[in-house]
Write a protein that binds this ligand. Structure first.
Ligand SMILES: Cc1ncc(COP(=O)(O)O)c(C=O)c1O
Length: 360
């Protein structure tokens, strides 16, 4: 029914059997709704184990809502947030932050998707001036929208800056497990050190639906307590939360849904596969002269410019997005279900085009 391969997005893949089985397992009998069922409570325990005992978690339906509601919970409409010019909040949420939260996004040019303290500092001006929107938060994406990754030192520097300037730090973790894999850690507290509020992705990380907003810091406690009301008003309160909880448990927990220990949590395998396939794709493309790689491959995507005349044939072979319509920079994304064969056959096609056009 659907294509057997694709580099369009990790959103384009299906889900692993373990996620599907978790949904099936949750599909028995009657359970109370709106976060009061046993699986959601078990998931709450898991969040606290992974992120610390202060963690307050809320499910929402999608990643845009996780981001926008995080801002709405922390900020008022006379506040502004520093974001990268590549951020999903800025370029892919159709103005939802501005409409729903009502404040201002200040987009800072970041060609590799990463914010740096030296670029943020000049925006901390006119503090207390009633004529000027007040900068109150920084939002970063880890890994970024262009497949790059903040290092431990970069994250620490940003967190310290936010703390010293009294700014909230929000993290869009749509693909956080990929970042964990790339950092070589299973310690989510380390990965989010200094972050106040986290959007934890579900769908890009192999779930069918559901995302989570996690309040991590003690200072965000009041916003955390009020989040339930914000979420309901903005129509993102799911009722049958057992189904979202079951999937997050299948992704992250070290036990299966029946309580049997797993040798490793499933995300480690799934994120590992997505990353090693992206590395294989990059290594292959690098060897072809006419292809120019444009970003580091530090997550599960490869950014590359192909000769324009090749793009149709390549996309007919395996679909991917043209990321920048002016330069024809393309994004090729791998997921838990990408196989070596998908990469190798795609690379053969690129090589054939290169040979035919004498550009290899
Ligand atoms: C970095 C990032 N954040 C957030 C989202 C939100 O996704 P959605 O609202 O489509 O669930 C996406 C989706 O592509 C994303 O790539």
């Amino acid at each position: 029914m659907f294509a057997s391969r694709g580099f369009g997005s990790d959103n384009h893949s299906g889900v692993p059997d373990a996620v599907w089985q978790a949904l099936q397992c949750a599909n028995s009998g009657f359970a109370p709704a709106y976060g009061t069922d046993q699986l959601t409570q078990r998931c709450d325990e898991m969040w606290r184990k992974l992120f610390g005992p202060e963690t307050k978690a809320y499910f929402v339906f999608n990643g845009t809502a996780a981001n926008v509601l995080s801002l709405a919970a922390l900020l008022r409409s006379h506040h502004s947030v520093l974001v990268s010019s590549m951020s999903h909040l800025h370029v892919d949420e159709c103005g939802a932050p501005e409409r729903v939260w009502g404040g201002k996004l200040l987009a800072i040019e970041a060609l590799d998707g990463k914010l740096r303290v030296d670029d943020l500092r000049p925006h901390l001006i006119r503090k207390g001036d009633q004529h000027h929107s007040q900068v109150k938060a920084v939002s970063i994406t880890q890994p970024t929208e262009v497949g790059t990754l903040y290092s431990r030192a970069e994250l620490r520097e940003l967190a310290e800056f936010c703390q010293s300037e009294g700014l909230w730090l929000h993290m869009d973790g749509a693909r956080l497990v990929v970042a964990a894999h790339r950092w070589g850690t299973e310690n989510f507290r380390e990965l989010t050190e200094g972050v106040d509020v986290l959007s934890f992705g579900g769908t890009k990380n192999a779930l069918v639906f559901g995302e989570a907003v996690l309040f991590l810091s003690p200072t965000s406690r009041q916003a955390a307590n009020e989040f339930a009301f914000v979420r309901k008003q903005l129509m993102q309160l799911p009722s049958k939360t057992r189904f979202i909880a079951a999937q997050f448990l299948a992704l992250l927990d070290d036990k299966d849904l029946l309580g049997q220990p797993l040798s490793r949590p499933n995300w480690t395998t799934w994120a590992g596969q997505a990353c090693s396939m992206a590395d294989r794709l990059r290594e292959g493309l690098e060897k072809i002269n006419a292809v120019r790689i444009t970003q580091k491959t530090q997550a599960n995507s490869v950014f590359a410019v192909f000769p324009r005349a090749w793009i149709k044939a390549l996309r007919d072979h395996t679909f991917f997005y043209v990321w920048d319509e002016s330069s024809f920079e393309c994004r090729l994304m791998c997921s838990w279900s990408t196989q070596s064969q998908h990469i190798d056959e795609f690379l053969d096609t690129v090589r054939r085009l290169a040979e035919t056009n004498n550009e290899g």
